[in-house]
Design a protein around this ligand. Structure first.
Ligand SMILES: NC(=O)c1ccc[n+]([C@@H]2O[C@H](COP(=O)([O-])OP(=O)(O)OC[C@H]3O[C@@H](n4cnc5c(N)ncnc54)[C@H](OP(=O)(O)O)[C@@H]3O)[C@@H](O)[C@H]2O)c1
Length: 426
C-alpha cells in the first residue's frame, strides 16, 4: 500500500486508535496527534509517528500537519471548549489546505438530528433530513460542520461523517471496549420509555473501513450518515444483549422523570444507503449481533481482527490462526493440496464466526481451540474435530471419539490440544 497517502489523525482516541492500527497493519504512514502521549505509546510501538498536539493552541496546527506529502487528515476531536465552536476545526481544515492535504475528514455525530425522547419518532433519517437547529448540542456539531464546509470552498476535498453510536472491543490498554455490555453488567443500562426509541450503531471495524474508503473515494464536500443496516428499538437490542450475556433484562426508566445526560436520547434510525452506494461498501457487521459476537471473541482471548478494506474480503482474526497451534489435519483440503491455498481464501481462525469469515452474516458457528487441560465455554454444542477431549454428560465424564457431537450446555475438557466446532445461536 505504499501509494496510499499518509494519514494524520487529529485527536486519537477510540476511533483514531483503531484507524491507526488498521493503516499501520497495511504499511501506511500514520501520524497520531493528541495531548496525552502515553496513551499513544501502543501505536508508537506499531510504527506511528506520535505528535503532541493541543487543538486549543492555534500555532500547533501547522507543525502537526506539515512535512507529509498530500496527507489525508482525519479530525476526531469531540470538542474544544476553550475556543468558540467551529474555530478549532476551521483552523485544522485551513492548515490542512495549506499543507496540501488530499482530504480532510470531520467525524461529526447523528446528534445533529436532535433529541428523540421529546418527540418519539421511528422515521428514517438520512443526509437530506432536517437537522435540529434549536438544539444546543446539535448546534455545536453543526457549527463545526459549517466551518468544514466553508474551508471546502478553497478546494480542499472535505468529508463529514455523521456517526451513530460506536461500539467495539477493547483495543489496547488505554482504550477499553465501547458499547452497552459494560453498563448492562454493572446494572447501569436502562431501557428508556419502554425501550421504544430507535438507535443506530456502527461497529468500530466497519467505521474504520468507511473512513478509509471515504478518504480515498468520497467526492469533494461530501457528507454521509453512518450507522449499520439494522437500527432497532432499544428494547430489542437491550433484551438480546442481556440474554446473550446471561443477565437479567435491564430495567425500564422514564426519561421524563429522570435528570442528567443519560436521559437525553439521541437515537435515530439512520439510513446508510448513500455511503454504501457511493463508497461501494457493504458492512461486515450489519447488525449488533455480528458486532457483539466479535466482541465476545476478543473477550475470550482472540486477537483483534485484521480489518479488510477490500469489500470482497471478509475480516480475518490474526495471530490465533488454528494452524499455528494445532496439528494439521491430513484430510483438510487446503493443507493436503500440493499447491498453496489461493491468497484470496479467507484464513479460518479460532473464535471467529465462520459466517463472518466468509463475508456473510454471523452463523453462530466457530472453531474453538483448546489447549491440554483447558475447558470450553459452557453453552454452545460442540463437535470434536481434532485432538482428545472428554465431556461431562449426565454426570458422567466420557472420552469423546473423533467427530462426536456434544449437546449444548455440556462441559467439554481437553485432554490434549483439541480443535472443536462450536455451535451457538447466531
Ligand atoms: N463514540 C461514539 O459513539 C461517537 C458517536 C458519534 C460521534 N463521535 C465522534 O467521533 C469522534 C471520535 O470519537 P472517539 O470515541 O474516538 O473519541 P475519544 O475516544 O474521546 O477520542 C478523542 C480524542 O481527541 C483528543 N482530544 C480531545 N481534546 C483535544 C484537544 N484539545 N487537542 C487535541 N486532542 C484532543 C483526545 O486525546 P487527549 O485528551 O489526550 O488530547 C482523544 O485522543 C469524536 O469527535 C466523537 O465526538 C463519537
Amino acid at each position: 500500500m505504499s501509494d496510499h497517502p499518509p494519514v494524520i489523525i487529529l485527536g486519537c482516541g477510540y476511533v483514531g486508535t483503531r484507524l491507526a492500527q488498521s493503516l499501520l497493519a497495511d504499511g501506511i504512514t500514520v501520524r497520531v496527534c493528541a495531548r496525552r502521549l502515553p496513551m499513544l505509546e501502543p501505536l508508537a510501538a506499531l510504527g506511528a509517528d506520535v505528535h503532541y498536539f493541543d487543538a486549543s493552541r492555534p500555532h500547533q496546527f501547522g507543525p502537526a500537519l506539515g512535512g507529509l506529502i498530500r496527507p489525508v487528515v482525519v479530525y476526531s476531536i469531540p470538542g474544544v471548549p476553550d475556543l468558540p465552536q467551529g474555530e478549532a476545526v476551521r483552523r485544522a481544515a485551513t492548515a490542512a489546505s495549506r499543507a496540501g492535504a488530499s482530504a480532510f475528514m470531520y467525524l461529526s455525530s447523528s446528534a445533529v438530528y436532535g433529541r428523540s425522547e421529546l418527540v418519539f419518532t421511528s422515521e428514517w433519517v438520512d443526509e437530506d433530513s432536517s437537522v435540529a437547529v434549536s438544539d444546543a448540542d446539535a448546534l455545536l456539531r453543526l457549527s463545526d460542520e459549517a466551518a468544514v464546509q466553508s474551508v471546502a470552498q478553497s478546494g480542499l476535498r472535505t468529508v463529514i461523517l455523521r456517526l451513530g453510536a460506536i461500539y467495539g472491543p477493547t483495543l489496547d490498554a488505554f482504550h477499553p471496549a465501547r458499547g452497552a455490555r459494560q453498563r448492562i453488567r454493572t446494572g447501569q443500562y436502562k431501557l428508556w420509555d419502554g425501550g421504544k426509541h430507535f438507535f443506530s450503531r456502527i461497529y468500530i471495524d466497519d467505521l474504520v473501513r468507511i473512513i478509509r474508503a471515504a478518504a480515498l473515494k468520497a467526492p469533494p464536500n461530501s457528507m454521509y450518515v453512518v450507522g449499520d443496516d439494522h437500527p432497532c428499538p432499544q428494547r430489542e437490542y437491550g433484551e438480546w444483549l442481556a440474554q446473550h450475556l446471561k443477565l437479567p433484562v435491564p430495567p425500564d426508566a422514564d426519561s421524563a422523570k429522570a435528570s442528567g445526560p443519560r436521559n437525553i436520547i439521541r437515537g435515530r434510525r439512520l439510513r446508510n444507503d448513500k455511503l454504501k452506494r457511493e463508497l461501494g461498501l457493504s458492512l461486515h457487521y450489519p447488525s449488533y449481533r455480528e458486532g457483539e459476537l466479535a466482541i465476545d471473541a476478543v473477550e475470550q482471548g482472540a486477537k483483534l481482527a485484521a480489518i479488510s478494506v477490500s469489500d470482497a474480503s471478509p475480516p480475518v482474526v490474526a495471530a490465533v490462526a488454528v494452524e499455528e497451534t494445532v496439528a494439521p489435519a491430513p484430510v483438510e483440503p487446503a493443507q493436503a493440496s500440493v499447491e498453496p491455498a489461493p491468497a484470496k481464501w479467507p484464513k479460518v481462525a479460532s473464535e471467529e464466526d465462520l459466517g463472518l469469515v466468509l463475508g456473510q452474516s454471523a452463523r453462530g458457528v466457530r472453531l474453538c481451540k483448546l489447549t491440554a487441560g483447558s475447558e470450553a465455554i459452557v453453552g454452545p454444542a460442540y463437535v470434536l474435530l481434532q485432538g482428545s477431549a472428554s465431556a461431562v454428560i449426565a454426570g458422567q465424564t466420557v472420552r469423546l471419539p473423533a467427530l462426536s457431537a456434544v449437546p449444548a450446555h455440556s462441559r467439554v475438557l481437553a485432554e490434549e490440544d483439541a480443535l472443536l466446532l462450536a455451535l451457538s445461536d447466531p
